[in-house]
Design a binder for this molecule. Structure first.
Ligand code: HXC
Ligand code: NAP
Length: 292
């Protein structure tokens, strides 16, 4: 495992990147690394005070330029005005990281229609609002070499009980990623996604692992590598996909989960629990049946 920074110091120099939900958790970690690599970054979310605090902290830590902009991604007019603010301040924008999300665990039958909507609205509609605004802006300006990076999760393709609105919304984001990677490539835009496994953050763990669930369900035990992710590991991948080093990667979803979803999927993966000493006996039993 490494917490080291992967790319060379100027890998994002000259780029302006918007990170939605950049005031906390993984968005904050990715923003920190983008700033360290020379990008100018605008962070957006609903809570302006939180954004201001994060921007000040990251600016003093990295020496970079970080602009806090209040914007609820569910509201199209707020997204339009956020884009305008960013372009006025930095002159242009090159990258969009759709990271903002809402989620909580719940048996689906307990959800009101509004509870289902709120997740779809933040995750799918929010990503749509930002993507449409930025995409149309880039088309109108004839600006090439632009990138949209979407944060999804592995249950975007496996599905998952107890987070059904999130699964449905993330699946939609993944479909949008792959669709626009083809349709808008002609305008010089690239679309990729990252599917993280468990990376502990306060925002996610308060809503997905409340109370003593953390002790009851140790997330690291679900991962073949027997650990959760480090924020810098995700930041390294996001910076690479935002940078020109990944210029030929388009329409891809990169999983970073220590093998977690495959462990759940493989028919016989439960056999990891069999102690080494039992295999001689099991092999003998299998061989014995050969000619019977
Ligand atoms: C059932 C709930 C509920 C719960 C809210 N609701 N919490 N229903 N169980 N635990 C219902 C409310 O009663 C209401 O419906 C509707 O949802 C909207 O709730 P509000 O509180 O008014 O919404 P809002 O203030 O907009 O807050 C949105 C939120 C909140 C999603 C509910 O949790 C939030 O702000 N989240 C942002 C950050 C976040 O979620 N981060 C985690 C991302 S982690 P009614 O009908 O009563 O009006 C992630 C990880 C994925 O995505 C993969 C991990 C491995
Ligand atoms: P987080 O800290 O709660 O991040 C979510 C961010 O989204 C917050 O900063 C929040 O800020 C913002 N947000 C929520 N609703 C918004 C809205 N309507 N408009 C604008 N911003 C909004 O949780 P996280 O763990 O870092 O999650 C970041 C991303 O990683 C999400 O896409 C999540 O699905 C994904 N992910 C996380 C994990 C994990 O293990 N942590 C695993 C897989 C995928 P405000 O409250 O200020 O608006």
């Amino acid at each position: 495992m490494t917490n080291q920074k992967m790319l060379r110091d100027d890998a994002l120099k000259g780029k302006t990147i918007v990170v939605t939900g950049g005031g906390s958790g993984l968005g904050k970690a990715m923003t920190r690394y983008f700033l360290e690599l020379g990008a100018q970054v605008a962070i957006t979310s609903r809570n302006f005070e939180k954004l201001e605090g994060t921007a000040a902290e990251l600016e003093s830590e990295t020496g970079g330029e970080c602009l806090p902009v209040q914007c609820d991604v569910r509201e199209n007019h707020q997204v339009e005005s956020m884009l305008k603010t960013v372009v006025e301040r930095f002159g242009k924008v090159d990258g969009l990281l759709n990271n903002a999300a809402g989620n909580f665990i719940s048996p689906t039958e307990r959800l009101s229609p509004r509870a289902f909507d709120v997740i779809i609205d933040i995750v799918l509609k929010g990503t749509k609002n930002c993507t449409l605004a930025f995409g149309k802006h880039w088309i109108e300006k004839q600006q090439k070499n632009t990138t949209v990076l979407n944060i999804v999760t592995t249950y975007a393709w496996t599905g998952s009980g107890y987070v059904v609105p999130s699964a449905a919304a993330k699946a939609g984001v993944l479909a949008m990623t792959r669709s626009l990677a083809v349709e808008w490539a002609k305008y010089g835009m690239r679309f990729n996604a990252i599917a993280p496994g468990p990376f502990p953050t306060k925002g996610a763990w308060d809503r997905l692992m409340p109370g003593n669930l953390q002790e009851k369900f140790d997330m690291s035990k679900k991962v073949p590598l027997q650990r959760v992710g480090e924020h810098q590991e995700l930041a390294n991948l996001a910076a690479y996909l935002m940078s020109d080093f990944s210029a030929y990667i388009n329409g891809e979803v990169v999983t970073i989960d220590g093998g977690e979803w495959l462990m759940g999927a493989g028919e016989f993966n439960m056999l990891s629990e069999i102690p080494e000493s039992l295999w001689d006996q099991l092999e003998a039993m299998i061989r014995e049946k050969k000619n019977k």
